[in-house]
Structure formats: structure tokens, C-alpha cells
Design a protein around this ligand. Structure first.
Ligand code: FES
Length: 69
């Protein structure tokens, strides 16, 4: 689905950018050009970005305890 009509940016592209580390609208603008035309897509682009962040797997650190001899 197209999110940004002015720049032909899709939801898939935004999700990919999020997985690459983009976390805010400025990052999306710099990377994809989203919301750099009329700007009406900015809320939707942020929604997609936030949805992706909510779905992203969380890194859970584990404690390593070496066995004592
Ligand atoms: S629809 Fe994205 S800048 Fe116009």
C-alpha cells in the first residue's frame, strides 16, 4: 500500500527502514523522502513506523554463569 503518494513510498519500504534503524519522521524523510512533499502522509508514516516497532522482537539479555569446577 502506498503511504506517500507524492514520493511513491510504500508501507513495506517504511517497515524496511524501521528494521534498518529508522525511529522517527526525520529519519524517514532523510532515508526515503516520505512527507517531504505535501506532508499529508506524515501521520500515517509515523503510524506504520510505530506499528513496526511494536512488532519488532525484543532483545532479551541472558545471564551467563560459568560452571565452577
Ligand atoms: S503524500 Fe507524502 S508528501 Fe505528499
Amino acid at each position: 500500500m502506498y503511504v506517500c503518494i507524492c514520493n511513491a513510498i510504500t508501507e513495506k519500504q517504511i517497515r524496511k527502514a524501521a528494521r534498518a534503524g529508522v525511529t522517527d519522521l526525520g529519519g524517514l524523510q532523510a532515508r526515503l523522502g516520505v512527507a517531504t512533499g505535501c506532508g499529508t502522509c506524515s501521520d500515517t508514516a509515523l503510524d506504520v513506523l510505530r506499528d513496526n516497532a511494536a512488532e519488532a522482537p525484543r532483545f532479551e539479555p541472558r545471564m551467563f554463569t560459568p560452571a565452577l569446577a
